[in-house]
Design a protein around this ligand. Structure first.
Ligand SMILES: [Zn+2]
Length: 367
């Protein structure tokens, strides 16, 4: 603490010298005060009413001064007071200025830093392929229909011309809802094994002509491995009108395969069998890896089997006859394809399980 010297000599010269020393001390302190706290300490040491240096000077110098000198001493004490107040004001401005400067410094935004990148989600590759397939048929005038994943035996098998003892109903292939043994077979609930029951539902909803594609999930009692999954996706299609022929089926699917895989793929139709179409065919396209020369992907055949199709069996129309589907007047074709299989072939993926594991490192490649 600064100790104010007592005055022995009250001559003007001695007073000037003592005042000068005090002012020098005050100026040095003012200049040294950095920041709010030091400024407050400086102000209080000099200007506090009780025990501040100016108060001490008032007591030690002015009150102690002999009568004739009081005037001289009073003038200098006032001068000192004015000067110290000015130092305090200047020091305050400087310290608050530096405080706001340091706050500005700490809150400075560096606009050259890279921004926060929020990763964007992307369509799952299976959904992406499914949308592409649906888009191709929509462009040809097909509308989209959907149906329940829990179906009755009637829609999943019977109305699609599966005979009562057809092996597809076996529990090794089909997942049935438990505890329905008392129900008649056609009412038993199961997880649909294909999207084909929606063909029946669509024809019951709408008299001919009809053109629908049916995307959706299907279920089989398969053990998961690199090429099988108990849940997968299909896109089914149905067109019924007067004078629909196998040529329409070939032309439609050939166009669809070229839209999906490129205009240079060729298609061929290979005899096959499905209960709900007659005649039936498997559609093969030229291998998109080797272009037909033969490679590991196409097992050296040059062809890849992609979908099943055929002309709607007249027996199927019997189940929807009441809604205008008279097999003597109308005809139609149907087709169905596995979305996972097409996605795997399209992107060269060798394990179907990758689609369901949710590994972002795999999925982000399809953004
Ligand atoms: Zn090939």
């Amino acid at each position: 603490m600064y100790i104010v010297p007592k005055l022995e000599d009250y001559s003007p010269a001695a007073l000037d010298k003592a005042v000068q020393e005090l002012l020098t001390a005050a100026r040095q302190e003012a200049e040294a005060a950095a920041g709010e706290n030091e400024w407050r300490a400086f102000r209080d040491r000099w200007m506090a009413r009780k025990n501040g240096i100016l108060t001490q000077i008032n007591d030690l110098w002015l009150k102690a001064a002999p009568g004739p000198s009081k005037r001289e001493v009073g003038a200098r004490v006032n001068q000192l007071k004015v000067q110290v107040e000015e130092y305090v004001t200047v020091a305050q401005q400087r310290s608050s200025g530096s405080a706001s400067k340091s706050r500005l410094e700490s809150e400075r935004v560096d606009i050259t830093l890279p921004g926060i990148v929020r990763p964007l989600g992307a369509e799952h590759p299976v959904i992406k392929t499914m949308n592409e397939i649906v888009g191709v048929f929509r462009a040809m005038g097909f509308s989209v229909a959907e149906g329940p994943e829990i179906e009755t035996d009637y829609y999943n098998f019977e109305a699609l011309n599966f005979p009562p003892n057809h092996p597809a109903r076996d529990t090794q292939d089909t997942l049935f809802i438990a505890g329905q043994e008392k129900k008649p077979q056609r009412d038993r609930l199961l997880l649909r094994t294909h999207t084909s029951p929606v063909q029946i539902r669509a024809m019951l909803n709408q008299p001919p002509p009809i053109r629908v594609v049916v995307p959706g999930k299907v279920h089989r009692a398969d053990t998961a491995d690199a090429t099988h999954s108990p849940i997968f996706h299909q896109v089914e299609g149905l067109a019924v009108d007067t004078n629909i022929t196998f040529c329409d089926l070939k032309g439609t699917l050939d166009h669809a395969m070229k839209s999906l895989f490129g205009s240079n793929v060729k298609t061929r139709f290979y005899p096959s069998f499905f209960p709900f179409t007659e005649p039936s065919a498997d559609v093969q396209v030229t291998c998109f890896k080797c272009g037909g020369k033969g490679c590991r992907l196409c097992k050296m055949s040059g062809w890849i089997e992609l979908l099943g199709c055929g002309m709607v069996d007249p027996n199927v129309f019997k189940f929807v006859e009441g809604n205008g589907y008279d097999a003597r007047k109308i005809s139609g074709f149907a087709f169905g394809m596995g979305v996972e299989r097409i996605t795997m072939l399209k992107y060269g993926i060798d394990d179907i399980q990758l689609f369901y594991q949710g590994d972002v490192r795999f999925l982000e490649q399809f953004g």
